[in-house]
Design a protein around this ligand. Structure first.
Ligand code: ATP
Ligand code: MG
Length: 229
């Protein structure tokens, strides 16, 4: 579902964020991407939703070489890839419901699809009843649930989350992770970049570790740090 082939990413200022990254994520997989600050996690995430294109190498999502997408087909891609950030990025002047509906409309969902899917999505993320609240009226965990609702309302093939629990307390973070597991259980491939050691260690899922732009570890049922022999 997500394939990186020998990807290098150098930013315009000359900083190389990824070097020779080759990674294969199967449909329906769940994985964590970990590594120290500056290791390249966010860069890897941005390449998946084509916020960046690699300096060299290839990124494929669902068999499509993202570098070959014409500008007109990028919205099509966005419909199939949900994205969640540490700082939620909700529109402050729209209600929770409108935040989700607006994003669906932006990728061409019909009014009928929207009125059917938004309530079901609020139910799934545990926010039924909060549809009319503005982001400023919601807790951080609730705002992240709205952001998740927005990311999954179109039933994306892939969900990428860049430190989605970075601003949340441990209990709320566990709730968000459970939700990501549930979304994954329903068939969406989920990639989560994180510093949350306790979450990663308790989950025993696939862990890909980056260090200075290179993949230094890729373990099924892994831990945040390499286990020493
Ligand atoms: N827009 C940019 N322009 C230039 N360099 C950048 C840019 N964004 C990131 N970098 C550099 O690329 C490298 C990787 O950054 P990236 O944000 O991917 O790391 P990260 O693993 O997400 O770190 P953190 O855990 O702090 O979020 C760093 O050296 C960073 O300074
Ligand atoms: Mg980052």
């Amino acid at each position: 579902m997500i394939e990186f082939y020998n990807v290098d990413m150098t930013y315009p200022n000359g900083t190389t964020a990824l070097r020779g990254v080759t990674l294969s994520v199967a449909k329906g997989e769940f994985l964590f991407v970990v590594g120290p600050s500056g290791a390249g996690k966010s860069t890897l995430v941005r390449l998946i939703y084509r916020d960046l294109v690699p300096t060299s190498g290839f990124v494929f999502v669902n068999g499509v070489n993202l570098a070959k997408l014409r500008p007109k087909t990028v919205p099509y891609l966005r419909r199939h890839i949900g994205v969640v950030f540490q700082d939620f990025k909700l529109l402050p002047r729209k209600t929770a419901y409108e935040n989700v509906a607006f994003a669906m409309r932006a990728v061409g969902a019909s009014a009928r699809e929207i009125s059917r899917r938004v309530p079901a999505t609020f139910e799934l993320v545990g926010l039924a009843g909060k549809e009319d609240a503005y982001p400023s009226e919601l807790s951080g965990g609730e705002q992240q649930r709205v952001a998740l609702a927005r990311a999954i309302a179109n039933h994306p093939l892939v969900l990428v989350a860049d430190e989605p629990t970075g601003n949340l307390d441990p209990a709320t973070s566990r709730g968000i992770l459970q939700l990501l597991f549930e979304i994954n259980r329903r068939g969406t491939t989920v990639l989560m970049a994180t510093h949350a050691k306790a979450l990663v260690d308790s989950a025993r899922r696939r862990v890909v570790a980056l260090d200075r732009g290179r993949i230094v570890r890729d373990a099924e049922r892994g831990t945040y740090e390499a286990l020493r022999a």
